[in-house]
Design a binder for this molecule. Sequence first.
Ligand SMILES: [Fe+2]
Length: 214
Amino acid sequence: MNFSYANELILREKNFEIANGRQESTWYLFHNHVFGAAEVARAVAELAGMDTNLAYFSTLLHDIGKIREKYEKRFHGVLGYEMLKKENSDIARACLLHTFPFNRLESFEHCRNMFFDRREDYDLTADFIRSHPLNDYDLLVQMCDGLSNAYGLVTIEERAEEYARRHGIDIPPGMLESMHELKDYFDKKIGVDVYTLFDKVSAKDIFISYPRCG
Ligand SMILES: [Fe+2]
């Protein structure tokens, strides 16, 4: 995987949605989340002695199925996995394994309205989770997914609050605890608080500006 190929995939999804009526000015919502999360992943991977390319591209592309989710009524993890599996199965797995911290997947009934329209997508995800024990890259994507939103890098609490608001729900039980568990794991692994890497990442020119209210 290289940057121009990954960026091409992202731009293809952007153009698909714009062709379906999305305003280009709202693209920051997707762009800032994935590019911010990917830079945090790279910074953590560097300190952890992990493969920085795998960490960066797994995180950059973890939501690549998101754009088509509402058109195809499929779980975005499955769509992303299908898009990437031939190109790079290590990166493709991030699509299926990023959504549920520590792969704590609840029942289909519990996940139905938030994640799964189709039972077969749930079954495929559950099977994949069972047959792919978590590795540090999976955990890193899960953590970084929770540290970047449309407006830049955020704390676990800020991200959880935004997530709940967006879905019109209370913060799901256990979500904050699981995210802190992930962050504690990497804080220990790299010997510094992951939040201290935010300044270094934010200094990079990676975010698209967005309309500010008030
Ligand atoms: Fe994400």
